[in-house]
Write a protein that binds this ligand. Structure first.
Ligand code: FES
Ligand SMILES: [Fe+2]
Length: 376
């Protein structure tokens, strides 16, 4: 385990240990320091984030051979490619010469050339060319490819495990798969993708997305008329995930088109689920909103967020309308979360009581997940 003798970290680990023993009918939120301590962020980075499967995007971003995009995760430079055999790879985007970044942005290319001294790699990571290095007797070209991280694709989302030791992801999500299978997320097409940075702790965003308690209050003008708080119902949870169902107000028009496998009950609710620790998903009957969270300091989180839909038609009016709706309620969440982050600087908030299971039970699950990994 990552060594730390920091007092705040010790206190928080102790509180997480106490959280494990609290009765389920008296759940509590974590204290302010859980969301503001840089030492705790270092600890959770080593003990959770680098050890777990972290979502870095969607296969729709690399849909044909040669497609690539670059991103970051916890100080690692990441290059996601689809190689010429169609295999999706998550490579280290750090040149094996003197360590500069190799590829920039996104696009379609068979080769990537580091601009510093023009070493060139193919999209499997193999080194193709290194100027003048044939005059260096000890140089072994085949040993200088870009390393590949452990990766896995689940329902179209691309996950990376930075330390390469995590057990397979899909078996851990089998219970979730049973709940959501009729929505057929694996058949939905990427319609939209964008990145934003919010000034809040990544855990505040995870918790916010995973609770229905704020829907009617924070989203009075947007989501309240679609998925009001009073209709939320907790779904199950397991080691790797949690969630709730956001039922639709009966007065809101049906949200078709519907996949033929959906039951009558499934046609009137969105499964909202979180795959620990960094993917949150709101899966409506017609569109899916997802967010991959990327902690960037205690009070900043970069969000790679996208929308998938039943049709491969990003220009459709229905897609534009849905993306606009997402932007509206995201702005409402962002405003609340950025104020929350300021308020949490207090030294005087020990964590308050949580609302009943249907409304904030997923937060309790998330705290239990963190406790399983980090409690003393
Ligand atoms: S650092 Fe990439 S070519 Fe030198
Ligand atoms: Fe929200």
């Amino acid at each position: 385990m990552f060594e730390t003798n920091n007092q705040t970290v010790s206190n928080l680990r102790q509180i997480l240990a106490e959280m494990k023993t609290l009765p389920h009918d008296n759940p509590r939120a974590m204290p302010a320091e859980f969301y503001t301590s840089t030492d705790f962020l270092k600890f959770e980075t080593e003990e959770v984030l680098r050890k777990e499967w972290m979502c870095v995007g969607h296969v729709g971003e690399v849909s044909i051979p040669g497609d690539f995009y670059t991103t970051e995760m916890l100080d690692e430079q990441i290059l996601v490619t689809r190689d010429m055999d169609g295999v999706v790879r998550v490579l280290s985007n750090v040149c094996r010469h003197r360590g500069n970044r190799v590829a920039e942005g996104s696009g379609n290319s068979r080769k990537f050339t580091c601009q510093y001294h023009t070493w060139t790699y193919d999209n499997t990571g193999a080194l193709l060319a290194a100027p003048l290095m044939n005059k260096q007797p000890g140089f072994e070209k085949e040993k200088c490819g870009l390393p590949e991280f452990a990766s896995e694709i689940w329902k179209g989302w691309i996950f990376v495990n930075l330390d390469g030791t995590a057990a397979a992801l899909a078996p851990r999500l089998a219970g979730l798969q049973a709940v959501i299978k009729n929505y057929h997320q694996e058949d939905r097409f990427l319609n939209f993708i964008e990145e934003d940075t919010w000034s809040c702790n990544w855990k505040c965003l995870f918790e916010n997305f995973m609770e229905g308690y704020h829907l009617s209050a924070t989203h009075r003008k947007t989501l309240h008329k679609i998925t009001p708080t009073r209709l939320c119902k907790k779904m199950g949870s397991d080691d790797g995930w949690t969630g709730y169902h956001a039922y639709y107000d009966p007065n809101y028009p049906p949200r078709g088109p519907f996949h033929p496998d959906l039951t009558e009950d499934e046609k009137i609710k969105s499964p909202m689920y979180g795959v620990y620790p960094n993917l949150v998903v709101g899966m409506a009957t017609n569109f899916t909103l997802f967010m991959c969270l990327r902690p960037d300091g205690v009070d900043k989180v970069t969000i790679r967020w996208g929308v998938t839909g039943l049709e491969n038609d990003p220009e459709a009016q229905a897609v534009k309308d849905y993306v606009d709706l997402c932007k509206s309620f995201n702005a409402e969440d962002r405003e609340k979360l950025e104020i929350l982050q300021i308020a949490l600087k207090t030294r005087n908030y020990p964590g308050g009581p949580l609302a009943p299971d249907d409304y904030e039970g997923s937060i309790w699950d998330f705290i239990q997940y963190m406790a399983r990994h980090l409690a003393s």
